[in-house]
Write a protein that binds this ligand. Sequence first.
Ligand SMILES: Cc1ncc(COP(=O)(O)O)c(C=O)c1O
Length: 402
Amino acid sequence: MIYLDYNATTPLDPEVEKSIKDALSVWGNPSSKYPAGCTAKALIAEARKRIGQCINALEEEIIFTSGGTESNNWVIHSSIDYFNSCKAVGDNNNCNIKPHVITTSVEHDSILGPLNYLKRKGDIELTIVNIDEQTRNILPSDIAVAIKSNTVLISVMMANNETGTVLPVQEIGKAIKKKEQELGCKIFFHTDAAQAIGKIAVDAKQLNVDFLTIVGHKFYGPRNGALYIKHLESEKNLYTPLLLGGGQENGWRSGTENTPMIVGLGVAAQLIHKNLEKYQQNMLDTRNYLKLKLAEAFGKGVVFNYLPEVCLPNTCNFSILGDGLEGYKILEKAKGFCCSTGSACHSDKCEPSKILLNFHINPAVAGNALRISTGRTTSKKEIDDVVAELVEIRQSLCNDCS
Ligand SMILES: Cc1ncc(COP(=O)(O)O)c(C=O)c1O
């Protein structure tokens, strides 16, 4: 089976796997003061340093979590708690009004899910900014005009998991800073970098974000993650822990640390710090080769649902046009490869992905979409085999295709 679904998850890099196996023997509790605990604590400190280096952050700005979903939920919880504790405006009258959150219509469910839930409960005001139809991206000015005096959090992903679109996070950050100064209140800025790390350079300082979500299994690391939280000397009470308990992670995230997985995450981050350009090159070469081969094989019968100039190097979302060529039907037939579709299927009914529709992809086209995401070891031979199989599948499924 040729694996071409690296945006869904990645295998462990062999170096990461080895580091995890080695760390399994370091089973001491990192909070213990005797040698077994101290060894584990030192390994965790090293991993924190490596992750910091990978995204240009200080060690103390990296807090380990169980993964992206936890990190994203934590950002929301912490920001709303800050607003509700009325720290937002000195003596403020704001205590009577709800916190306002801004996000985009193409975020992962671990952002849109909790925000929609809080809105339904009546706990927050929510503005969901749509993708601009012309540029097929978020416009920083659309975010800026949505900011109000009670805006406490703006969450914009770095790159979208389905189309690979890279969102203008740095520009949005600048627009937010300007508004923040005008309004004189704190607006937290978060980016979910789950899909960006390991594929493009991620620099927390340059992005000027308060929070940044890190997800290990998207960059050949284990199934845990971290949250970057900007260190602010002057403002110590800005953040609230999600999990309370034994006070691990400097009180920010309680729970005995998962030493082996943290070590693995550190090694995965170190590999990116050393080899990002090499990894990027292979993803880009094979993704571009795929695009070429699909165009050669299907001509006008294939459309590409991504914009190469603002796309991750590894992602190719495309639709083979014709009746009976829905993405999920193609994948049912595929024997030699696996990738993702542009449909969400529940029991026996499949709908085009809401995210693709929100990117203004025509519903008929979105229903036929396939997402191929290449990885560090994807080869051109694999791409040739996949395209050859797609040609066969199209012939067997499509009644009205010549
Ligand atoms: C953009 C994005 N954010 C967050 C997540 C959530 O990560 P996890 O399911 O590992 O918690 C994912 C995973 O698919 C993702 O693609």
